[in-house]
Design a binder for this molecule. Structure first.
Ligand code: F6R
Length: 618
């Protein structure tokens, strides 16, 4: 959470403007306050305040700094320590206003450090953990260490997770970046300009050449150049591989859409087609590992967890082995000593940075070392998750900026489905004809979504109009569609601020049904699979109690359609080959429903209240 951007150049650039655009592209990481510091004439010029970036920009003109300035750091915040106020906004300075720090992450021992520094006379002006860093560096510099040494020494005392950028008024030619468990990437325009950022899209308009920082690394950024050191050894720079990023900048811009969320839903067919091109050998590699495992776990958070629930169902069908799905925050506590040797853990994460997931994986690796394999599915090359994994597939959704995950969900389920079909092939449990039909259905998912999106916006807006006054919803389903119900419900909850319960339609009789009154909206997810007949019974039970039934069904559905007040129809054949992949093809309907519901309630779907896209705190 929080977005960091830094730039140093020898070119004539409007640094304020570039820094402002940089944090705008990171705003999905946090949007309750922001700030920019520009180095100019041996002084640090700071503008910061609470609020969204555009509001602050209107007030403070964040792009207006001296034109010949060459170094700037900028930050967009998701509050952890201290409420979103001007004083708590980053950057944070030392007593002499010479050192400026921006930070993403949490310093667990900040109270202890703060007490020590206060005793030495340092004056603090904020409630944040971050401010401790500038004072600690100041303290070490006062005992004759140079800036770089003082940073290294200070950082070694900081416990927790961090991505930090620091500049010094007396050091105009460089700034310093350090990382532990919070993502930082370095972009380079050779000989001209260097950037640091929490995520690649921040500098994508200027360069695709980038370094991905590792934990406990320190980078010295100069104009168009960078040196990396181990935090423990500042004597010699390290070699690091420069990577070329293939993402296009269009993917990080709204491109004519009102919101990233809408754009990213429309990008689903393209994201799926690209993910379908992941080399077959890569899919086979992961499929083989999963097939050979004695015990299989799948773990993730939020939307990625619901993708995992769908994936678990599909893989289990073709593997005939139990897969245990556990939310990553519960992984260690639930498994404890029962975690078995010869296990495989499938870890799913869009960002590859979710701290609870990283912690779960690290715990499992520490516990069983080589006797456990980590297989991960992420959308971000070089993310922390990839470093702790034995086998990685990178989904090809492209950058996802909207805080609510949309296209990455589809590509995660697709990837897990490809693995499942590969396992079916290895195990020879299907006839060639059957396997071919499943592949055909899976490869049709982009076309189905394309056709659906093309024809259904008005219908969905109509459904939203009819539900305007409803505050509480059930999303009900059976079998694999419970994952779809939970994920669809999560979308409505986060972007439209409605209360929803995503639940098993059968289980809902054991309690939740008591809430149903005349007009209570219930969204049934109803592909024609083996659960359909029983779901019909559930629809009738809820209808009999006055529920307003909205169903998501396939084109030629009749029975549930006739019981429903409104139906959203997915253009796909009503057979088992397609139904098993319905978590992919049915979800755009619920994503669009949530999007239009957010607009109906005057909410910004790209920036839901209290959320940040990448959760790097426990
Ligand atoms: C919901 C959403 C979150 C994330 C969750 C995990 O729309 O985006 O629930 O899915 O925070 O994030 P990743 O996938 O980055 O691990």
């Amino acid at each position: 959470m929080c977005g960091i951007f830094g730039i140093i150049t020898n070119q004539k650039l409007s640094l304020g403007k570039v820094a402002l655009e940089g944090i705008k592209r990171l705003e999905y990481r946090g949007y309750d306050s922001c700030g920019i510091v520009v180095h100019y004439n041996s002084q640090l010029l700071v503008k910061k305040d609470a609020g969204k970036i555009d509001e602050i920009h209107k007030k403070l003109k964040l792009d207006d700094f001296p034109i010949d300035a060459k170094l700037a750091l900028a930050h967009t915040r998701w509050a952890t320590h201290g409420p979103p106020t001007k004083l708590n906004a980053h950057p944070h300075l030392d007593c002499n206003k010479k050192i400026a720090v921006i930070h993403n992450g949490i310093l667990e021992n900040f109270l202890e450090l703060k007490a020590e520094l206060k005793m030495k006379g340092h004056i603090f002006t904020s409630d944040t953990d971050t401010e401790v860093i500038s004072h600690l560096i100041e303290d070490y510099m006062s005992s004759q260490l140079d800036f770089k040494e003082a940073v290294a020494k200070a950082i070694k005392r900081c416990e927790g997770a961090y991505g930090i950028a620091i500049c010094h008024a007396d050091c105009p030619d460089y700034f310093i970046v350090v990382r532990k468990e919070s993502p930082i990437v370095i972009g380079i325009e050779k000989g001209k300009t260097s950037y640091c950022a929490s995520d690649i899209p921040a500098f994508l308009p200027y360069t695709r050449s980038c370094y991905i920082m590792d934990d406990d690394e320190i980078a010295i950024l100069k104009a168009g150049d960078v040196e990396f050191y181990e935090l423990d050894d500042l004597s010699k720079p390290k070699d690091k591989e420069l990577q070329n990023i293939e993402w296009s900048i269009d993917a990080a811009e709204k491109g004519g859409y009102d919101h990233f969320m809408l754009k990213e839903i429309h990008e689903e067919p393209v994201a799926l087609r690209r993910t379908l091109k992941i080399p077959d050998e890569k899919i086979a590699e992961l499929a083989r590992v999963i097939w050979g495992a004695k015990h299989i776990y799948i773990t993730a958070a939020g939307t990625s967890f619901y993708a995992s629930l769908a994936g678990k169902f599909i893989i289990t069908k073709f593997l005939s082995k139990y897969i245990e799905a556990i939310e990553c925050s519960e992984f260690q506590i639930q498994l404890g000593d029962s975690l078995q040797e010869d296990s495989v853990i499938i870890a799913v994460s869009q960002s590859g940075e979710t701290v609870d997931l990283i912690e779960a994986i690290r715990w499992a690796k520490d516990k069983l070392q080589k006797k456990i394999k980590i297989v991960s599915i992420t959308n971000v090359v070089g993310s922390s998750l990839t470093r702790y994994s034995d086998h990685v597939i990178v989904t090809q959704a492209g950058p996802e900026i909207g805080v609510a995950a949309t296209k990455t969900y589809c590509t995660q389920v697709l990837t897990l489905s490809l693995i499942a079909l590969k396992i079916a092939g290895f195990r020879k449990i299907l006839s060639d004809e059957d396997l071919k039909k499943y592949y055909q259905a899976l490869f049709s998912t982009p076309n189905i979504i394309e056709e659906f999106i093309g024809r259904n916006s008005d219908l969905i807006k109509n459904v939203v109009d009819n539900l305007e006054k409803s505050h509480n919803f059930f999303f009900l389903a059976r079998g694999i569609s419970i994952a779809t119900a939970k994920e669809g419900g999560l979308k409505l909850k986060e972007v439209a601020c409605r209360f929803i319960e995503g639940y098993s339609a059968a289980h809902a009789k054991h309690g939740p049904i008591s809430l149903v009154r005349e007009g209570f909206p219930i969204i049934f997810i109803a592909p024609p699979d083996e659960t359909y007949q029983r779901l019909v019974g559930n629809v009738m039970e809820f209808k009999a109690r006055g529920g307003k039934i909205i169903s998501v069904v396939v084109d030629d559905d009749e029975v549930i359609t006739n019981l429903s007040d409104a139906t959203i129809r997915i253009p796909q054949p009503g057979n088992k080959y397609y139904s098993i992949f319905s978590p992919i093809t049915f979800i755009p309907a619920l994503q669009l429903l949530s999007y239009y519901a957010a607009l109906k309630h005057n909410l910004d779907p790209d920036q839901p209240l209290n959320l940040a896209k990448t959760v790097t705190v426990h």
